[in-house]
Design a protein. Sequence first.
Length: 201
Amino acid sequence: MVIVAEEFYKVLLYLYPSDFRRAYGEDMLQIFRDMHRDAQAEGKSSMMRLWGRTISDVLISVVHEHIDNMRVEAMTTIRIDEYEVKTCVAKGATAHIYLVTDPKNRQDVIMKLWQPEGAFDTETLKSEVDAMIALKHQSIPEVFRYVENEKHPYLIMEYIDGETLLQRLESSEAFIDEETLIDWGLQLCDILSHLHSHKPT
Protein backbone atom coordinates (compact mmCIF):
# COMPACT_ATOMS: atom_id res chain seq x y z
CA MET A 1 0.00 0.00 0.00
CA VAL A 2 2.81 2.39 0.92
CA ILE A 3 4.69 1.61 -2.30
CA VAL A 4 1.57 2.15 -4.43
CA ALA A 5 0.88 5.51 -2.71
CA GLU A 6 4.47 6.62 -3.19
CA GLU A 7 4.49 5.68 -6.87
CA PHE A 8 1.23 7.55 -7.43
CA TYR A 9 2.67 10.64 -5.73
CA LYS A 10 5.73 10.41 -8.01
CA VAL A 11 3.34 10.51 -10.97
CA LEU A 12 1.77 13.67 -9.52
CA LEU A 13 5.22 15.25 -9.25
CA TYR A 14 5.63 14.91 -13.02
CA LEU A 15 2.92 17.54 -13.41
CA TYR A 16 5.44 20.13 -12.19
CA PRO A 17 7.96 21.86 -14.48
CA SER A 18 11.16 19.81 -14.74
CA ASP A 19 13.35 22.46 -13.05
CA PHE A 20 11.01 22.63 -10.06
CA ARG A 21 10.82 18.84 -9.88
CA ARG A 22 14.62 18.49 -9.84
CA ALA A 23 14.98 21.15 -7.16
CA TYR A 24 12.19 20.13 -4.78
CA GLY A 25 10.90 16.69 -5.84
CA GLU A 26 12.89 14.60 -3.36
CA ASP A 27 12.01 16.87 -0.42
CA MET A 28 8.33 16.83 -1.36
CA LEU A 29 8.37 13.05 -1.68
CA GLN A 30 9.94 12.66 1.76
CA ILE A 31 7.33 14.97 3.32
CA PHE A 32 4.59 12.92 1.65
CA ARG A 33 6.10 9.69 3.01
CA ASP A 34 6.02 11.08 6.55
CA MET A 35 2.45 12.37 6.21
CA HIS A 36 1.29 9.10 4.66
CA ARG A 37 2.83 7.11 7.51
CA ASP A 38 1.07 9.23 10.11
CA ALA A 39 -2.28 9.10 8.25
CA GLN A 40 -2.02 5.33 7.86
CA ALA A 41 -1.52 4.96 11.60
CA GLU A 42 -4.58 7.12 12.33
CA GLY A 43 -6.97 5.23 10.08
CA LYS A 44 -9.01 5.37 6.89
CA SER A 45 -10.57 8.81 7.43
CA SER A 46 -7.15 10.40 7.93
CA MET A 47 -5.91 8.71 4.77
CA MET A 48 -8.84 10.09 2.76
CA ARG A 49 -8.21 13.60 4.10
CA LEU A 50 -4.52 13.28 3.23
CA TRP A 51 -5.22 12.34 -0.39
CA GLY A 52 -7.85 15.05 -0.78
CA ARG A 53 -5.52 17.71 0.56
CA THR A 54 -2.52 16.36 -1.36
CA ILE A 55 -4.24 16.30 -4.76
CA SER A 56 -5.75 19.75 -4.17
CA ASP A 57 -2.41 21.26 -3.11
CA VAL A 58 -0.56 19.68 -6.02
CA LEU A 59 -3.04 20.89 -8.64
CA ILE A 60 -3.03 24.46 -7.28
CA SER A 61 0.76 24.67 -6.93
CA VAL A 62 1.31 23.06 -10.37
CA VAL A 63 -0.72 25.83 -12.00
CA HIS A 64 1.23 28.49 -10.11
CA GLU A 65 4.60 26.98 -11.07
CA HIS A 66 3.72 26.74 -14.75
CA ILE A 67 2.48 30.33 -14.77
CA ASP A 68 5.69 31.43 -13.05
CA ASN A 69 7.73 29.47 -15.59
CA MET A 70 5.94 31.16 -18.49
CA ARG A 71 6.63 34.55 -16.91
CA VAL A 72 10.33 33.70 -16.53
CA GLU A 73 10.58 32.42 -20.11
CA ALA A 74 8.93 35.58 -21.39
CA MET A 75 11.58 37.63 -19.63
CA THR A 76 14.23 36.22 -21.94
CA THR A 77 12.92 38.54 -24.64
CA ILE A 78 12.66 41.69 -22.53
CA ARG A 79 14.88 43.96 -20.47
CA ILE A 80 15.09 44.83 -16.82
CA ASP A 81 16.05 48.47 -16.92
CA GLU A 82 18.93 48.53 -19.43
CA TYR A 83 19.91 44.87 -18.89
CA GLU A 84 18.96 42.24 -21.48
CA VAL A 85 17.76 39.05 -19.80
CA LYS A 86 19.27 35.89 -21.34
CA THR A 87 18.08 33.16 -18.98
CA CYS A 88 16.93 32.40 -15.47
CA VAL A 89 19.72 30.68 -13.55
CA ALA A 90 17.86 29.96 -10.32
CA LYS A 91 14.66 30.77 -8.46
CA GLY A 92 14.21 31.18 -4.73
CA ALA A 93 11.42 32.17 -2.39
CA THR A 94 12.56 35.81 -2.17
CA ALA A 95 14.77 36.35 -5.21
CA HIS A 96 15.47 35.11 -8.74
CA ILE A 97 18.91 34.91 -10.34
CA TYR A 98 19.28 35.90 -13.99
CA LEU A 99 22.08 35.86 -16.51
CA VAL A 100 21.89 39.25 -18.22
CA THR A 101 23.93 41.31 -20.67
CA ASP A 102 25.29 44.71 -19.70
CA PRO A 103 24.67 46.98 -22.72
CA LYS A 104 27.59 49.24 -21.84
CA ASN A 105 30.25 46.63 -22.58
CA ARG A 106 28.14 43.67 -23.88
CA GLN A 107 29.48 41.48 -21.10
CA ASP A 108 27.40 38.87 -19.31
CA VAL A 109 26.73 39.58 -15.64
CA ILE A 110 24.55 38.11 -12.92
CA MET A 111 21.45 39.89 -11.67
CA LYS A 112 19.88 38.95 -8.35
CA LEU A 113 16.36 40.35 -8.49
CA TRP A 114 14.34 40.39 -5.28
CA GLN A 115 10.68 39.55 -5.86
CA PRO A 116 7.81 41.89 -4.91
CA GLU A 117 6.11 39.10 -2.94
CA GLY A 118 9.31 38.24 -1.08
CA ALA A 119 9.97 39.51 2.42
CA PHE A 120 12.95 41.86 2.39
CA ASP A 121 14.07 45.02 4.11
CA THR A 122 15.71 47.65 1.89
CA GLU A 123 18.08 48.89 4.59
CA THR A 124 19.19 45.37 5.47
CA LEU A 125 19.82 44.57 1.80
CA LYS A 126 21.88 47.73 1.37
CA SER A 127 23.97 46.82 4.41
CA GLU A 128 24.58 43.31 3.06
CA VAL A 129 25.55 44.66 -0.34
CA ASP A 130 28.03 47.12 1.20
CA ALA A 131 29.63 44.20 3.03
CA MET A 132 29.82 42.17 -0.20
CA ILE A 133 31.42 45.06 -2.09
CA ALA A 134 34.16 45.21 0.55
CA LEU A 135 35.02 41.53 -0.01
CA LYS A 136 37.62 41.99 -2.74
CA HIS A 137 39.03 38.55 -3.52
CA GLN A 138 39.94 36.73 -6.73
CA SER A 139 37.70 33.78 -5.83
CA ILE A 140 34.65 35.83 -4.81
CA PRO A 141 32.41 37.29 -7.55
CA GLU A 142 32.76 41.07 -7.66
CA VAL A 143 29.69 43.18 -6.97
CA PHE A 144 29.33 45.93 -9.59
CA ARG A 145 26.09 47.66 -8.74
CA TYR A 146 23.10 47.70 -6.41
CA VAL A 147 19.88 49.37 -7.54
CA GLU A 148 17.40 50.34 -4.85
CA ASN A 149 13.80 49.84 -5.80
CA GLU A 150 10.89 49.54 -3.38
CA LYS A 151 9.22 46.75 -5.38
CA HIS A 152 12.19 44.75 -6.65
CA PRO A 153 15.72 45.93 -5.86
CA TYR A 154 18.47 44.11 -7.71
CA LEU A 155 22.15 43.39 -7.52
CA ILE A 156 24.57 43.22 -10.48
CA MET A 157 27.64 41.08 -10.00
CA GLU A 158 30.39 39.29 -11.87
CA TYR A 159 29.44 36.22 -13.89
CA ILE A 160 31.85 33.30 -13.50
CA ASP A 161 31.31 30.61 -16.10
CA GLY A 162 31.99 27.02 -15.09
CA GLU A 163 31.00 24.24 -12.72
CA THR A 164 30.30 24.53 -9.02
CA LEU A 165 32.30 22.30 -6.69
CA LEU A 166 29.22 20.13 -6.15
CA GLN A 167 28.69 19.74 -9.90
CA ARG A 168 32.33 18.78 -10.34
CA LEU A 169 32.12 16.14 -7.62
CA GLU A 170 28.87 14.69 -8.98
CA SER A 171 30.14 14.55 -12.57
CA SER A 172 33.46 12.93 -11.69
CA GLU A 173 33.42 9.26 -12.67
CA ALA A 174 36.70 8.42 -10.94
CA PHE A 175 38.25 9.20 -7.57
CA ILE A 176 39.67 12.70 -7.38
CA ASP A 177 43.40 12.60 -6.71
CA GLU A 178 44.84 13.77 -3.41
CA GLU A 179 46.77 16.68 -4.92
CA THR A 180 43.60 18.17 -6.42
CA LEU A 181 41.69 17.79 -3.16
CA ILE A 182 44.47 19.51 -1.22
CA ASP A 183 44.50 22.35 -3.74
CA TRP A 184 40.72 22.80 -3.39
CA GLY A 185 41.02 22.72 0.39
CA LEU A 186 43.71 25.40 0.38
CA GLN A 187 41.62 27.62 -1.88
CA LEU A 188 38.62 27.26 0.42
CA CYS A 189 40.77 28.02 3.47
CA ASP A 190 42.08 31.14 1.73
CA ILE A 191 38.53 32.34 1.04
CA LEU A 192 37.36 31.61 4.60
CA SER A 193 40.39 33.41 6.03
CA HIS A 194 39.60 36.43 3.86
CA LEU A 195 35.94 36.41 4.95
CA HIS A 196 36.81 36.19 8.63
CA SER A 197 39.24 39.10 8.31
CA HIS A 198 36.31 41.42 7.55
CA LYS A 199 34.17 42.56 10.44
CA PRO A 200 30.44 42.79 9.62
CA THR A 201 29.03 46.31 9.63
